[in-house]
Design a protein around this ligand. Structure first.
Ligand code: CDP
Length: 223
């Protein structure tokens, strides 16, 4: 039996930082599903394929071979890890991620990975769709201002020139599209544990989640 841990939440809630640390701690494969939607967006933008042209976006997506190497995402042999985080991709990704046919393709890939490895996945629909049967589901939140502040600091540290207000607006816009789309919207699964990280340190969140995972491992005697 494979362990699967689901982490959902809005942009900038700290999902990837937390998922990375938990992955190392419990020897799980970390699958950042957002980067897969970002990769589709990057390739579509490069090839001038608009999100309204669903057929072309589908064909393009099917032509992509994606796999993770540690924290890097490799697409058709190219390491796109850095480029998929740029602001053009961020500003467009929610439109591509709202296409039902694209979700179907990527969800299937994600589920295949969870059938082969012990995984921790973060995204928007992990607890509700991708790992619906996972016993370990977490929903990470924080206020939009706190999330924008974190994203701003992260980008500034990387040397990217950004405006706090633009980031806040992007986050609010993306939250809206992600939560209101027809297919697999961002939503807390009813059996998911909600953690508001606005006033918690990374270590606090790690400890909370670790306790649930350790409890589960003890009870089921997995690993
Ligand atoms: O890192 P950040 O939280 O800003 O976003 P991300 O996890 O990289 O995801 C980028 C976008 O992909 C989200 O805003 C969603 O539109 C989409 N996404 C999704 O629809 N479903 C997922 N499971 C993961 C991401």
């Amino acid at each position: 039996m494979y362990i699967s841990v689901a982490i959902d939440g809005p942009a900038g809630a700290g999902k990837s930082t937390i998922a990375n640390i938990i992955a190392n701690k419990f020897d799980l494969m970390y699958i950042n599903t957002g980067s897969m939607y970002r990769a589709v967006t990057l390739m579509a933008l490069r090839n001038n394929v608009d999100f309204t042209d669903v057929k072309s976006v589908c064909n393009l997506t099917k032509s992509l071979e994606m796999h993770f190497e540690g924290n890097s995402l490799i697409v058709n042999g190219e390491d796109v890890t850095e480029e998929i985080r740029n602001t053009t991709v961020s500003n467009n990704v929610s439109n591509y991620a709202a296409i039902p046919e694209i979700r179907e393709i990527l969800v299937k890939l994600q589920q295949d990975m969870s059938n082969k490895y012990n995984v921790i996945m973060d995204g928007r629909d992990i607890g509700t769709v991708v790992l619906k049967n996972s016993p370990l589901k977490f929903f990470l939140t924080a206020s939009p201002e706190e999330r924008a502040k974190r994203r701003y600091e992260e980008l500034i540290e990387k040397g990217t020139s950004v405006e706090y207000n633009n980031i806040l607006n992007d986050i609010i816009k993306r939250d809206y599209i992600d939560s209101n789309r027809a297919v697999n919207p961002l939503k807390k699964a009813c059996d998911s544990i909600e953690i508001d990280s606005s006033k918690l340190s990374i270590n606090d969140v790690i400890e909370l989640i670790s306790n649930y995972i350790e409890d589960y491992i003890r009870k089921c005697n997995v690993n």
